[in-house]
Design a protein around this ligand. Structure first.
Ligand code: ZN
Length: 198
């Protein structure tokens, strides 16, 4: 027996499948959406579809962007021989906010995590290696200090060093298991300044 409405159940199921949203929050959101004026619901549905249809990976650094090459890669004055490797676009944004970095980035879109079946081929490591065939002076590893982030950094470092590329890693001081996006700009700048060669 449907307790209230099949449509609401469907909506709750879809919302509950999103990360960080439990069943209770999903129900609250579903009822909120049903109570919204029609034009607002349309707008919400439209921005989701537009974002999905138009957001793509930058052809150089693989961050999420609206154009073929992202604003950072296409900005004059950025040092394209310095590449900072981060796990996701949110980490990129955190470093970019410090205003202290003039190199470019490489977004992996994840970290190696055998426990949940994510191997090196599932993130943008091959793309990084391809980029490093060009004129690259230094690769800075700025993956998270979680177990997955550390093993990803180690994996990449081995490959790049074998290819004769200088590899550095941002200094610790970034709390273990901490997501870069939650760390303040001063700590990030210090971590960047204190990077060590591997
Ligand atoms: Zn880019």
């Amino acid at each position: 027996m449907e307790l209230y409405s099949g449509y609401i159940n469907k909506l709750v199921d879809e919302l509950a499948a999103l990360p960080g949203i439990g069943n209770k929050s999903a129900q609250r959101l579903a009822f909120h959406i049903i109570g919204m004026p029609q034009d607002k619901v349309n707008r919400l549905a439209n921005v989701m579809m537009e974002a999905k249809a138009n957001v793509r990976y930058c052809s150089q650094c693989f961050t999420l962007t609206d154009s073929d090459v992202c604003p950072i890669c296409s900005k004059p004055g950025r040092n394209h021989r310095l590449i900072m490797v981060v796990e996701n676009s949110r980490d990129l944004a955190a470093y970019e906010k410090t205003g202290k970095y003039d190199g470019v980035y490489h977004v992996l879109h994840g970290a190696i995590s055998p426990m949940i079946g994510i191997g090196p081929a599932d993130i943008k490591i091959k793309e990084l290696l391809d980029r490093c065939k060009g004129d690259v002076e230094e690769v800075i590893l700025a993956t998270n200090s979680s177990l997955e982030g550390e093993s990803t950094a180690m994996y990449i470092s081995k490959l790049l060093k074998a290819a004769g590329i200088k590899v550095t890693k941002i200094a610790s001081g970034v709390p273990v298991g901490g997501d870069l996006e939650y760390i303040d700009e001063v700590t990030l700048s210090r971590a960047l300044d204190g990077r060590v060669e591997l």
